[in-house]
Design a protein around this ligand. Structure first.
Ligand SMILES: [Zn+2]
Length: 190
């Protein structure tokens, strides 16, 4: 599948996956640079975010992280992006996420907003991601993520994370508090 990354046309291999257990779907984009070799693969497991990824919402940093990840993947010898639409709103879904946004406008942070809705702070399950990595033979990899919980969840599913590569993105005045909350309350590295 040809796609634009930083205005450049890049050829990715696109594969679709669906969980037999939950019906959750995933898109997997693979890119290889044949001229480079010997490096462990770089993988991004990206939680889908309709508002950020598609509509450039400034409330979160998902789109910047996605773009940054694609840039790194394209430059690597072997890079893979697994995109998980079912991880919308840290797994609570688009509808609940928008309800949580409403509460955030009233002053709650992203963690307390979920709790006020009776929703989990993080409902994401990494079984499908780990199964895809296993299917692709990617059991030793470098993970592009600021989220230690994601790395640990994959480790629990027998994926060896050789290195967690941080994704550094600039905050804006809309998502500053959200990013601070992720650092303070969800142990994100950056
Ligand atoms: Zn987002």
């Amino acid at each position: 599948m040809p796609a634009l990354v930083d205005g450049r046309e890049i050829a990715f291999q696109a594969q679709g996956f669906r969980s037999r257990m939950t019906g959750a779907e995933a898109l997997c984009l693979t890119h290889r640079n044949e001229s480079k070799s010997g490096e462990p693969p770089i993988v991004r497991v990206h939680s889908g975010c309709v508002t950020g990824d598609i509509f450039h919402s400034l409330r979160c940093d998902c789109r910047e992280q996605l773009q940054c990840a694609l840039r790194v993947i394209v430059a690597a010898a072997y890079g893979v992006l697994i995109y998980l639409p079912a991880h919308e709103g840290r797994g609570i879904g688009l509808f609940e996420k928008l309800r949580a946004y409403g509460l955030q406008e009233k002053g709650l942070d992203t963690v307390d907003a979920n709790l006020a809705l009776g929703a989990p702070v993080d409902a994401r399950d990494y079984t499908l991601a780990a199964e895809i990595l296993g299917y692709l033979g990617l059991t030793r990899l470098r993970l592009l993520s600021n989220n230690p919980a994601k790395a640990n969840a994959l480790r629990e599913k027998q994926i060896t994370i050789l290195e967690c590569m941080p994704i550094v993105v600039e905050s804006n005045h809309h998502n500053e508090r959200y990013m601070q909350t992720k650092r303070d309350r969800l142990s994100h590295g950056i």
